[in-house]
Design a protein around this ligand. Structure first.
Ligand code: ADP
Ligand code: MG
Length: 247
């Protein structure tokens, strides 16, 4: 039976009585790479926090891996990288290796070695996190999110927190996991230039759903040309075309 990874049905969430997101519905299937875009304050992070149970949905329903959110407990199937990782405590007395292992249920030396190498931090395994550069700390946090090869990865504006070199590693890794392991990916960003390059589906929010569908549909939609102006529409679609040709 094909199972949806995420089902959001008519979700509404208010802060202090003010709607931040309104009547959101969409579905994410196994192996999808969904881009969630929209201007600042359009409710992207609010949506993600509802999906992750950090905020409680006030109206509507969310199902994860076929289960209603309130019954879902397999959180180790989901890797999450929040918008800000600067909250990392520099005095935390953990080594790179120890922190990355927090992302694993059981110790697995091979997976640990492979992930540290993939992220280019193997040589830092025994160093304390507080002694590292910001970029090296970012890679450690990324490695923690990726190490257990979760079925679903959710990234909220990762590129605002990542330095350019780590950003490159990040995007190629997520694409590779999506292709190789069928890992489902939700990438939130306000950078619509980059989103079309990697994601296959697009959810464009502005409190409510402005567009939800494939990039192909987005790019040929007269409604979207009207909404964004054809220049912006082309900018998003240009990136997408380039990737298709390169594969
Ligand atoms: P985005 O991630 O798209 O930038 P957010 O989901 O963070 O948008 O915010 C959506 C709206 O909700 C914004 O108007 C924001 O000011 C408001 N908001 C977000 N978090 C809170 C909060 N904790 N309390 C009150 N309002 C909030
Ligand atoms: Mg946000």
């Amino acid at each position: 039976m094909p199972m949806n990874v995420i089902n959001v049905d008519n979700l509404t969430f208010c802060y202090n009585g003010l709607e931040a997101i309104s009547n959101i519905s969409f579905t994410v299937k196994r192996g999808d790479y969904l881009g969630v875009a929209g201007p600042n304050g359009s409710g992207k992070s609010t949506l993600i926090k509802n999906i992750l149970g950090i905020l409680k949905p006030q109206k509507g329903n969310i199902n994860i891996f076929g289960q209603p959110l309130i019954f879902f407990h397999q959180w180790d199937r989901i890797g999450y990288l929040p918008q800000r990782i600067s909250s990392l405590n520099n005095h935390f007395p953990g080594t790179v290796e120890e922190i990355v292992q927090l992302g694993m249920k059981k110790r697995n030396a091979i997976a640990l070695k492979r992930t540290l190498e993939m992220m280019g931090i193997a040589h830092l395994a025994n160093r304390l996190i507080g002694e590292l550069s910001y970029g090296e700390q970012q890679r450690t946090i990324l490695a923690r999110a990726l190490i257990s090869q979760p079925d679903l990865l959710i990234f909220d504006e990762p590129t605002t927190a990542l330095d350019p070199e780590t950003r490159e590693i990040f995007y190629s890794l997520t694409s590779e996991m999506n292709r190789t392991y069928d890992t489902t990916i939700i990438l939130v960003t306000h950078d619509t230039g980059i989103i079309g390059k990697y994601a296959r589906n697009l959810l464009y929010l502005d409190k409510k759903v402005i567009f939800y569908g494939t990039f192909e549909d987005f790019c040929t939609s007269p409604d979207m040309a009207g909404f964004f102006g054809s220049t912006s529409q082309h900018m998003i679609c240009h990136q997408h075309d380039k990737t298709e040709n390169n594969v």
